[in-house]
Design a protein around this ligand. Structure first.
Ligand code: XUL
Length: 507
């Protein structure tokens, strides 16, 4: 009998699964929340809100999406899947009342999951990583341990609005009764793992490190920080475990409903970025990648914990259980799409007009944040331009956005001391050859791009499950392309960095 594993990626806009075996990935399937489940009213996987700082999603939509995705892959040899691991968008939290575990353990395989779990939430919506409404709670967290530097030394991060601890703190502050009704809180990753396991699953170190309540050096919750977020938070969050720890066997519900074997094991789920690092094979210290998705993230594997950390980076625990550095930019693909829509272009049109403008855009620059930005911290949408009045063609605007975004990625990576020798790129926008060349030219290094359509997060999760069953992981699949930088263009961009920095600081 063949052996397979499943890797699942519960991302911001969609959920995907990959079937993985001895030769690597075999099949993949994706479900987009807005398209497949329009009844939840999401746009880009989140609920529209007049306040751009409040960004939530309905957790019941994630439940229904998981159910539908697994029903849709019934033709895969699910009975031969021996382990499942997954990864989810980081930081978001799911609030469960006292009935969750009881209802979960007694599920009937004949009814859809969301119908049975509808009454299990003590909060109907879940804040996700794009939420930036917790400034007050962040300040409280910092002062509870004696300041920003101390918090960064313990948790590997500045107090960050989107992180799980400040998010829970805001809920407990503003809705104390609903918080009291909350028996358990899980990260989006450990919530999904719980559904497959049939009981509350622990959170892994990778996702716990995005909470501002996790001691990254000692790999455990930091009790005083938990307490300063909300009363008895430790009990509600449960324990945390090393990435890919085997949590137990699959829920009998999933055996009967989807056709898994009753001996299939469930591994701890992690965050999308810690898993992506595994999917990209970034195991050596200093290996860097730029992921171009809803958010753009710049990340690197480290051999040891850094001694000090600049304020705009985070140290997380990777899917390899090693320290990783990460910077997150909230204005990734959504902002690129918004510029494309501003001119009613297809991506082909977009690339054509960019190609007709000179590299460096005659000095015209744009910094555009259509949603509050994380790196650098910009609390409200904001746009700043320089020289675009003189060069007002669509091509100049379209180029200015891409160049500005990548100058920003370089500027902030350098502020963390990250100077890649080679840069891997991944995520939906990495298919775009114009964007790839701008990245190679701005950073001045060869950019490696894997032409496989498979996302690095689902692949990383699958590899974690595969490694967990003791199997050797095969090398990266798919044809790799290397995009070389043009030295002259790199010089142009290097000269533009200072002007870009001033533009950014003017917001
Ligand atoms: C990382 C971050 C995002 C989310 C969604 O800190 O907030 O990258 O994980 O992808």
């Amino acid at each position: 009998m063949s052996e397979y594993v499943l890797g699942i990626d519960a991302s911001t806009q969609s959920i995907s699964a990959v079937l993985y075996g001895a030769d690597g990935p075999i099949a993949e399937k994706s479900l987009n929340y807005d398209q497949a489940l329009p009844q939840y009213g999401t746009s880009g996987g989140v609920l529209p809100h007049e306040n751009p700082q409040l960004v939530h999603a309905p957790p019941l939509m994630w439940v229904e999406a998981l159910d539908q995705l697994l029903l849709s892959v019934k033709e895969w040899p699910l009975a031969e899947v021996v382990a499942i691991a997954g990864a989810a968008q980081q930081h978001g939290s799911v609030y469960l009342n006292g009935s969750f575990e009881k209802i979960l353990s007694g599920l009937s395989a004949d009814a859809p999951l969301h119908q049975q779990l509808a009454a299990c939430f003590s909060r109907e919506t879940s804040p996700v990583w794009m939420d930036s409404s917790t400034r007050v709670q962040c300040q409280r967290l910092e002062s509870s341990v004696g300041g920003a530097d101390r918090l960064r030394a313990i948790t590997g991060s500045n107090a960050s609005e989107r992180f799980t601890g400040p998010q829970i703190a805001r809920f407990a502050d503003e809705e104390p009764e609903a918080y009291a009704q909350t028996q358990a809180i899980r990260l989006i990753s450990s919530f999904h793992a719980s559904l497959l396991l049939g009981k509350l699953a622990p959170t892994d170190y990778g996702d716990a490190s995005g909470s501002n309540c996790f001691d990254v050096k000692n790999r455990c919750w930091h009790q005083p920080l938990l307490e300063s977020c909300a009363p008895q938070l430790g009990q509600r969050l449960g324990r945390c475990v090393a990435p890919r720890t085997v949590l137990g066997v699959i829920h009998p519900y999933a055996v009967a409903r989807f056709g898994f074997s009753s001996s299939c094991t469930i591994c701890a789920w992690t965050g999308d970025n810690p898993a992506s690092l595994v999917g990209l094979g970034l195991e050596k210290s200093g290996d860097c990648a730029l992921s171009l998705g809803t958010s753009d993230t710049f990340f690197a594997t480290l051999e040891e914990m850094p001694r000090s950390l600049e304020s705009q980076g985070h140290v997380f625990v990777s899917g390899h259980n090693k320290p990783m550095l990460l910077q997150c930019y909230a204005n990734g693909s959504r902002t690129r799409e918004a510029m494309r829509e501003r001119w009613a272009y297809t991506w082909d049109d977009y690339n054509t007009v960019v190609a007709a403008t000179p590299v460096g855009n005659n000095g015209a620059l744009l910094a555009s944040w259509i949603v509050p930005e994380i790196t650098p911290y910009i609390p409200q949408p904001c746009e700043r331009s320089q020289g675009l009045e003189r060069h007002a063609s669509a091509g100049h605007w379209c180029r200015a956005l891409l160049e500005g975004q990548m100058l920003s990625r370089r500027l902030h990576a350098e502020s963390l001391g990250l100077e890649p020798k080679r840069l891997l790129i991944t995520g939906g926008a990495a298919v775009n050859p114009v964007i790839r060349q701008i990245i190679a030219d701005v950073f001045g290094v060869p950019v490696t791009y894997s032409a496989s359509t498979l996302g690095s997060v689902a692949l990383g999760a699958a590899r974690m499950a595969w490694a967990q069953i003791g199997k050797p992981v095969v090398a990266v699949q798919g044809s790799e392309q290397v995009i070389l930088p043009n030295k002259k263009h790199t010089e142009t961009y290097t000269q533009m960095l200072a002007s870009y920095r001033s533009l950014e600081q003017s917001c």
